[in-house]
Each structure stands twice: as structure tokens, then as C-alpha cells.
Design a protein around this ligand. Structure first.
Ligand code: ADP
Ligand code: ZN
Length: 223
């Protein structure tokens, strides 16, 4: 089964995809995580990606599509994948449809997450992540801090703030989202694949609640 996670930054894509990976037993692949790993390893592609990401811009389509295409050829995702953060442009969505078509596959479900803008900004500045690329646990200094300050509960590595999680960068990331990514909602609505969910403390729905709803929906459905 092929699931796409759609939504503005910090709506909970990564958290929900991580929970679904466990409950549905489908690997989560995050393009943001792939880029951060490359940046940490200081590869040429990592340096290129960093020049966009650090400014809150999207990495160019041709680079991103090639990375995902290669990832989709790997053995572990042959029975399914949860794409977290890809596609992010109509161009990427069209490329994905073509890549999958050539494999006799298709996107089965698109989860579209919505969160009020003020909450997004609040979440971004209080978000912390595990610095170990194999772990990637996500924390929030207000809602969900690690048990020991600055140390990951799961693997013991340092918990850090992402370089692009600043108020300045999030403004740019949000405007890029509305300009370039939001049109995908219509794109997948037309394909009748959209599952909409609001993730917001104002209605008492956190990522884990939405993940449970999606799990039930998928297990009930005919995918
Ligand atoms: P968030 O959803 O909080 O922005 P991600 O980890 O998904 O975080 O992405 C971090 C950054 O990586 C994005 O701001 C963007 O610069 C880059 N990125 C991730 N996925 C893509 C993509 N599909 N196309 C272009 N750039 C991407
Ligand atoms: Zn960790």
C-alpha cells in the first residue's frame, strides 16, 4: 500500500507516519530525513540541499524526484511505503504517478493534515529532534519533552533543534507550502484519494489520535 502524507510543516506528518509505520507495518520514508542525513554526512548533494533548506526553500524537483525514484527501487519498500514530505509540488506528484505506473502501482491514500497557523508556529519553535539519524525521535519542549533535558528517551543521543525550525524560516516554509504544495490537495481530491484530518490541541486531536483514526480507516478499507 502506498500512502502519501500531505500537510504544512509541523502539522504532524512525521509523527503520524512514524506511528503508522509500526501499526500498519509499512516503512516510512521522509525526504526531509534523507536530506538531513546527507547534510550531516557533508556529501555534495547534502551541501546543495542545505543551501535551499536553510533558507526555508524547497530543494529543486529534479534533485528530489531522483532521490525518491532511487529509494522506491529498494527492496524494503516493494510491498508498500509511507511517503512523508513527498510529493510537495504538482510536478513531483506527476512524476510519482509516472514512476509508480511503470511499476504497475499507484498512490492508494493521501492523508492531508491541517493545523491552525498559530499552532504551527508555536510547534515549530518548540520542536526538538533526536540528532541520531537512525532514531529521529520527535519531541516538544512544552507538550512532550524528553525525560532528561536534552537527551533522547529512546537512544540516549543529544536532542537538538533543527536549523530550519526558526520563526523566520517557518514563515518562508509556510508561504512556500501554500503556493507550491497546497495545490496537491485538489490534485489528489480529483483522484478521490484524499483523507482529511485536523490535528489541533483546540479540538483535542493530537498526532497519535489521528494516527489511530487512519489505522482504523485503512484496516477497514479495501486497499
Ligand atoms: P517540515 O514538513 O517540517 O517542513 P521536512 O523534514 O518534511 O519538514 O522537510 C524539511 C525541508 O526539506 C523542507 O523545508 C524542504 O526544504 C526540504 N524538503 C523535504 N521534502 C521535500 C520535497 N519533497 N521537495 C523539496 N524539498 C523538500
Ligand atoms: Zn534518539
Amino acid at each position: 500500500m502506498i500512502i502519501v502524507m500531505l500537510g504544512a510543516p509541523a502539522t504532524g506528518k512525521g509523527t503520524i507516519a512514524g506511528l503508522l509505520e509500526k501499526s500498519l507495518n509499512i516503512p516510512q520514508v521522509s525526504t526531509g530525513d534523507i536530506f538531513r542525513k546527507m547534510i550531516k554526512e557533508k556529501t555534495e548533494l547534502g551541501k546543495l540541499a542545505d543551501s535551499y533548506i536553510s533558507k526555508g526553500n524547497l530543494v529543486p524537483d529534479e534533485v528530489t524526484i531522483k532521490i525518491v525514484e532511487e529509494r522506491l527501487n529498494q527492496e524494503d519498500v516493494k510491498n508498500g511505503i509511507i511517503l512523508d514530505g513527498f510529493p510537495r509540488t504538482v510536478n513531483q506528484a506527476q512524476a510519482l504517478d509516472e514512476i509508480l505506473k511503470a511499476k504497475g502501482k499507484k498512490v492508494d491514500l493521501v492523508v492531508n493534515l491541517e493545523t491552525p497557523k498559530e499552532e504551527i508556529i508555536e510547534r515549530v519553535v518548540s520542536r526538538r529532534v533526536c540528532s541520531n539519524p537512525e532514531c529521529k525521535a520527535i519531541y516538544n519542549v512544552i507538550m512532550n519533552p524528553p525525560k532528561v533535558d536534552g537527551i533522547c528517551d529512546i537512544c540516549g543521543s543529544k536532542v537538538i533543534q533543527r536549523d530550519d525550525d526558526t520563526e523566520e524560516t517557518i514563515t518562508k516554509r509556510l508561504s512556500n507550502y501554500f503556493e507550491l504544495t497546497e495545490p496537491l490537495v485538489e490534485y489528489y481530491k480529483k483522484q478521490e484519494k484524499l483523507y482529511n484530518a485536523v490535528v489541533s490541541k483546540s479540538i483535542n486531536k493530537l498526532g497519535k489520535d489521528v494516527a489511530k483514526d487512519i489505522e482504523e480507516y485503512v484496516k477497514k478499507g479495501d486497499f
